[in-house]
Design a protein around this ligand. Structure first.
Ligand code: GLC
Length: 544
């Protein structure tokens, strides 16, 4: 086995595991997960042995004081912990306990908007001449009283709400309880950089920065043009979906702010900046900075919405690999708290295993969403139990609650998540799909993920090696994605069969290799590399 390579940064070598704190473990029986719950499960994530998952870093979605209009993405105090999640002392203990186990802690930073209950906004809306008026984006109505421009909210309706008391509109591209900060105001920038300092000084290892592409809007707030490709079946109130995001996001000046974030991170040792960024590849790549002076990792969501096909996946990876400048480290995401569960999206458990193997073996940092290691599927949320504002405003099929159901620890009434009814219903499959049951079953998804994590951790080629796709000729059916990962004399081959039928992949390679891991977890023999036989949805990691 190759030695762990120390020349890479932890955020390049490691696997990030996203925890949605409300849904991980409820330690005080109020139906909502909390920081102490996370502390209790750190050994599950990494106790230093292969009995644990082997996670290198956790990213926590927001735990700040919040009225929860958008489940914590509406922050009322950036430098504290909401009592429902615990206290600052609990947070400090979480960092200490995580670090003891070699787990880094990444937290969510929500710079684009605050809660309407944040003291800054309460001041800002109190009068037109309040010193904090300009900390948010206020504009006069048009002469006919309508909003200042045509922008829509991601969660339905216009991006503006009229404030009767002061006679102006304020901007919010999410719910109206999430007013947007004015990042063109230097005081806002300073206050928000102080927030980063506060947490860096407390020992956090990095930030996942929420919707950073939105921080700067067009100076003149011009109308967005109509989207000619808008789906015809959009709900009436989906104004956002009918427009192209030309003036509300990804403005050139945003890069100056991100450079400042980076400068601050670099003044501490080895902290990471990850950004939530969408958009076309050429514009997305700019968030790495001209010479690596912006984000370490703009989140790469590109694989998430590919059709289930080896060709689409490979094209997506090759395009990225071809476009990244040498200083830019790749990363891949297949699931998070905003998207349907990957096992549901890709069509089933077999596909989810294969996708997991791809995620953990491509070149770049993988981020794994809590519960995906069990193959958790979309929860079924009865309409009256929908919590997510996106689902409430844009229709039940758009609710993100489906991916936020409680973590399934065991077969006790609320899946071991809580002793009381949780804030979202536990998925119906929890009695069999849970950590205890899957730990006992040698070939379960959980044991597969453990093997996958540890195989990756132990392999310099998988952590760091070059990515080389293998062209296949005449394979039947041709739905395989095969690549080599090579570093320092170690060579691994990854072969993924996306078809629901067996396949013999003709690789043009010669010689033999030994199987290290199959998605089916039942073989470890030597194979002939020139014609690799794969069962339906089988993936292999092979030592060459
Ligand atoms: C990001 C978050 C999402 C949230 C939104 C507004 O997209 O991931 O959950 O609703 O930003 O903060």
């Amino acid at each position: 086995m190759a030695q762990e390579n120390k020349s890479l940064h932890w955020w390049q070598r490691g696997v990030v595991y996203q925890i949605y704190p409300r849904s991980f473990l409820d330690s005080n029986n109020d139906g909502i997960g909390d920081l102490n719950g996370i502390i209790q499960k750190l050994d599950y994530l990494n106790d230093g042995t292969e009995k644990s998952l082997g996670v290198d870093a956790i990213w926590l979605s927001p735990f700040y004081p919040s009225p929860m209009a958008d489940f914590g993405y509406d922050v009322a105090d950036y430098c504290n912990v909401d009592p429902m999640f615990g206290t600052l002392a609990d947070f400090d203990r979480l960092v200490e306990e995580a670090h003891k186990r070699g787990i880094k802690v990444i937290i969510d930073y929500v710079p684009n908007h605050t809660s309407d209950q944040h003291p800054w906004f309460i001041e800002s809306r109190s009068s037109r001449d309040n010193p904090k008026r300009d900390w948010y984006i206020w504009r006069d109505p048009k002469p006919d009283g309508s909003p200042p421009n045509n922008w829509g909210s991601f969660f339905g309706g216009p991006a503006w709400t009229f404030d009767e008391a002061t006679g102006q509109y304020y901007m919010h591209q999410f719910v109206k309880e999430q007013p947007e900060l004015n990042w063109r105001n230097p005081e806002v920038k300073e206050a928000m950089l102080d927030v980063l300092r506060f947490w860096l000084d407390r020992g956090v290892d990095g930030f996942r920065m929420d919707v950073v592409g939105l921080l700067i809007k067009d100076k003149d707030l011009r109308d967005n043009p109509p989207n000619p490709n808008a789906r015809p079946d959009l709900p009436e109130n989906d104004i956002y979906g009918r427009l192209l995001s030309v003036y509300n996001e990804d403005q050139d000046e945003v890069h100056d702010i991100i450079k400042e974030f980076r400068k601050l991170l670099d003044s501490y040792d080895d902290r990471v900046g990850i950004g939530e960024l969408w958009g076309p590849l050429d514009r997305w790549i700019r968030y790495y900075g001209e010479n690596g002076n912006e984000l370490h990792l703009p989140f790469n969501f590109r694989l998430m919405w590919q059709p289930w096909s080896s060709k689409a996946m490979r094209a997506c990876v090759d395009e990225l690999e071809g476009a990244l400048p040498p200083f830019a480290w790749p990363n891949y995401v297949l699931g998070n708290h905003d998207q349907p569960r990957l096992a549901t999206r890709f069509g089933g458990q077999a596909q989810a295993r294969l996708a997991g193997m791809m995620l953990l073996t491509l070149r770049g940092t993988p981020t794994v969403y809590y519960g995906d290691e069990l193959g958790m599927e979309n929860g079924v949320i009865p309409p009256e139990k929908i919590q997510d504002p996106q689902g409430i405003n844009l229709g039940p099929e758009r609710t993100r609650d489906v991916a936020r159901t409680p973590m399934q620890w065991d077969s006790s009434p609320y899946a071991g998540f809580s002793q009381v009814e949780p804030w979202l219903p536990v998925s119906a499959d929890y009695q069999t799909r849970n950590v205890v049951a899957q730990s006992q079953e040698p070939n379960s998804m959980l044991n597969f993920y453990r093997r996958l994590f540890w195989t990756r951790r132990r392999s310099q080629a998988l952590c760091e090696g070059a990515y080389k796709p293998v062209d296949l000729s005449g394979s039947e059916p041709d739905d395989c994605f095969i690549y080599l990962r090579e570093q320092g004399g170690e060579r691994k081959l990854v072969a993924l069969n996306f078809a629901g039928q067996p396949c013999k992949a003709l690789t043009g390679l010669t010689g033999r290799g030994r199987i290290v891991l199959s998605t089916h977890m039942d073989r470890d023999e030597e194979i002939d590399l020139s014609a690799i036989e794969l069962r339906p949805y089988e993936g292999l990691i092979v030592d060459l």
